[in-house]
Design a protein around this ligand. Structure first.
Ligand SMILES: [Zn+2]
Length: 426
């Protein structure tokens, strides 16, 4: 019945069928017979595709289940020891890197506090490359792909278009520079996206109970929102959607780095929060809040209130039913939500559903996990690409040239050797 005479058509069908298998298994493991039922493919086709993916370490087959009559079925699932995805984040006051396996489990994570505000692009990228090199070295294998989370508006070509808190990186293409520093082939292949968008994707993965329509709020020094509509990110025409930090709360309020005045970020951003509370860092702020320090409580209430006003405007425009608080707002959730909820209840016009507000369980790791998760999602939707990329990586690792200047100032452990081939690794 599959009467495709031309090889290109057959390849397309096979590629599509491979994606049916991996997306079905991402939802739940199953035997070959169950996979045939779930995908609508014949058992023979399923077996051929499963064998193909097992040979490439994408899938593994478990021990036969002995219960029942007839030939015992062997459950097939994604291979936790197969290909891995790299996530990297450059934020205003830290860099982070992680690796997820095919099942979405976190295999390795590094976080390093570093103030990137005054630094150059090369310095920030060097720090991120060093950390990424460490996580890859720990696992000892090249990733099937990588993604970079940035605290600003990212253009379709990977240019960081707007990042008031990171002037040194604005206008740069950090993804290309990072790929070059890590010696990833085809530099353009590194996915680059806004950190709130990637945090939203991580929430979509980690918290299916939230549902397909929500706002993820990323509270760092900047305040961003990832808008998820129908299970997909809404980015807007130019990628500027979700700039919650620059929704105006008071038109005569303090000047903002965006050129406007009285933006949410000027009341609820991490820096303003700490300054108002008179605390040097988040840890100290948490201690002060727990001790009922008056200045700390005022700062948190002011942040919650401004964030609530901004969020209410956003919810009234978009009619999204859920809000997930991430970053600093996840850490201060219990303290910040009362003032925030007052504003939402007063201003949001749509009826309030159950569980409208929730705390991201991923906290500050959300964006970097979301970055690696975006790579996984892409790979599982097109597993034929896993082997293509794998070949590219393998082919490129030997004899590749490292531009030493890309790593200058990194102070990390990547050095001049390939980051996933450390002596004695494995
Ligand atoms: Zn602003």
């Amino acid at each position: 019945m599959t009467g495709h005479r031309n090889p290109a058509g057959q390849r397309t069908v096979r590629r599509h069928n491979l994606s049916l298998i991996t997306t079905a298994l991402a939802a739940a493991p199953g035997s070959r017979a169950e996979l045939a039922q779930r995908t609508g493919l014949t058992k023979a086709t399923v077996s051929s595709l499963v064998d193909h993916l097992i040979a490439r370490a994408v899938l593994i087959e478990g021990e036969p289940a002995t219960a029942g009559v007839g030939r015992p079925a062997r459950p097939v699932r994604l291979n936790p020891d197969g290909p891995v995805a790299l996530g990297v984040e450059i934020n205003v006051d830290y860099v982070a890197a992680c690796v997820l396996d095919l099942t979405g489990e976190l295999r390795c994570y590094r976080h390093s506090a570093v103030d990137n505000r005054a630094g150059s692009a090369a310095e920030a990228i060097g720090q991120a490359a060093a950390l990424a090199g460490e996580v890859l070295a720990e696992l000892g294998q090249p990733p099937l792909g990588g993604a970079l989370a940035l605290p600003g508006v990212v253009g379709a070509d990977g240019t960081l278009l707007r990042a008031p808190n990171l002037p040194g990186l604005t206008g740069a293409r950090p993804g290309e520079q990072l790929a070059a520093a890590l010696r990833l082939p085809r530099a353009g292949r590194l996915l680059v996206d806004n950190e709130a968008n990637l945090g939203a994707l991580a929430s979509l993965r980690a918290e299916p109970a939230v549902g397909p329509d929500f706002v993820y709020v990323s509270g760092e020094i900047g305040v961003g929102a990832g808008l998820v509509v129908g299970g997909e990110l809404f980015r807007g025409t130019h990628g500027f959607a979700g700039e919650l930090g620059h929704v105006v709360v008071s038109q005569d309020g303090p000047d903002c780095g965006c050129g406007g005045r009285g933006c949410v970020e000027q009341y609820a951003g991490q820096e303003v929060l700490l300054r108002t509370a008179g605390q040097p860092d988040l840890e100290r702020l948490e201690v002060a809040v727990a001790a009922r320090d008056p200045a700390a409580l005022v700062a948190v209430a002011q942040a919650g209130s401004a964030l609530g006003v901004g969020l209410a405007s956003l919810l009234n425009v978009l009619d999204l039913p859920k809000v997930v608080l991430g970053g600093v707002y996840a850490r201060l959730y219990d303290e910040i939500t009362p003032a925030l909820t007052v504003q939402l209840n007063r201003r949001v016009l749509a009826p309030r559903g159950p569980g409208r507000l929730s705390r991201s369980p991923l906290g500050i790791d959300a964006a970097v996990r979301g970055a690696a998760g975006a790579v996984l999602d892409r790979a599982l939707r097109d597993p034929a690409g896993i082997e293509d990329r794998g070949e590219e990586f393998r082919g490129d690792l030997s004899g590749s040239e490292l531009n030493g200047s890309e790593l200058s100032g990194s102070g990390g452990s990547s050095g001049s050797s390939s980051p996933w081939r450390t002596p004695g690794a494995g």
